[in-house]
Design a protein around this ligand. Structure first.
Ligand SMILES: [Zn+2]
Length: 301
């Protein structure tokens, strides 16, 4: 299903090449990465770091992006000098996995709603409004390029209690990229989210569900666990609100992770479906939760 999506994904319509960020912007981001104070990164997941987290993370060599910093950039200096270079937000980094989580471990009678490919100024606010109306929290896997254009929207997401995950900078198929390019896709997005919301993402989702060892390794180095999904609504293909609703309700299981989209094209059907399936899930006793990093510790890799 991911292969199909890769050829017809509607998000391509909204991927203007001229919007690609400049090398200068990249260097500025890299400079900030190098100067990020440790204190600003602590507790990024909402999960308590384990006891080992008190060890300063100086063992890791700085990623390449740090060496690309441009100190001459006028706005590249945070107010306080950092005690040491640090780019991996939640400490310590999670283990390097060999597969993504497709379900939430130990979730009980709960499932997670996830929205990919935003933030989108047209559709994300509508999704947020429906979630708020039902007092439900979700996770938004954003693309860094979109996030950089709409930082206020990103803050609205987190201020409403939702999580923001990393979905790469511009939705590349990572398994076709070299290590440096994957690092750039991940690092720039995490830093963009951190700058907008104060917290770097604790979860990563590879576009098209395509993972490999490099992706797992670099995701972990940036402090993120990989999250896939167990219920694909295929809402990107606009199958109708009824079909989206039916797929969500049929896929409801303890720990299920539901994949929807708030960006990448016309998401009216997704919003309509959300209005339909949320009250039914709640009526059936389902909790809608955010993935919890405390529950992934000790999970098989
Ligand atoms: Zn996507």
């Amino acid at each position: 299903m991911h292969a199909v999506r890769s050829t017809v994904a509607p998000r391509r319509e909204t991927d203007p090449a001229p919007g690609a960020p400049s090398r200068r912007a990249l260097l500025r981001t890299a400079g900030l990465l190098a100067l990020t104070p440790v204190a600003a990164c602590a507790g990024a997941t909402g999960a308590r770091p384990p006891a080992a987290a008190t060890t300063p993370p100086r063992r890791l060599p700085p990623p390449r992006a740090q060496r690309a910093r441009a100190p001459e950039e006028p706005d590249a200096k945070p107010p306080e000098p950092a005690p040491g270079p640090r780019t991996t937000p939640p400490a310590p980094p999670p283990p390097v996995r060999t597969r993504p989580f497709a379900r939430l471990p130990r979730a009980g009678h709960a499932l997670a709603l996830t929205f990919d490919d935003g933030p989108d100024p047209r559709w994300t606010p509508e999704v947020l409004a429906v979630l708020a109306a039902h007092d439900v929290r979700a996770t938004f896997f954003v693309c860094g390029r979109q996030a950089a254009k709409h930082p206020a929207l990103l803050r609205r997401i987190t201020e409403a209690g939702h999580l923001v995950g990393n979905h790469t900078w511009d939705h590349r198929r990572l398994t076709g990229l070299g290590r440096a390019a994957v690092e750039e896709q991940i690092a720039r997005t995490s830093e963009t989210v951190r700058r907008a919301t104060g917290r770097a993402p604790a979860w990563f989702r590879a576009p098209y569900g395509e993972w490999d060892r490099t992706v797992y390794t670099l995701g972990a180095r940036h402090g993120m666990e990989p999250l896939a999904w167990s219920v694909d609504t295929e809402d990107w293909s606009r199958p109708g609100a009824a079909a989206i609703t039916r797929r969500v309700l049929a896929g409801a299981r303890p720990g299920a992770v539901v994949l929807c989209h708030d960006g990448g094209g016309d998401r009216a059907q997704t919003v309509t479906a959300l209005r339909r399936f949320l009250p039914r899930l709640r009526a059936d006793g389902w909790d809608l939760v955010r993935p919890d990093r405390r529950l992934t510790r000790g999970a098989a890799r």
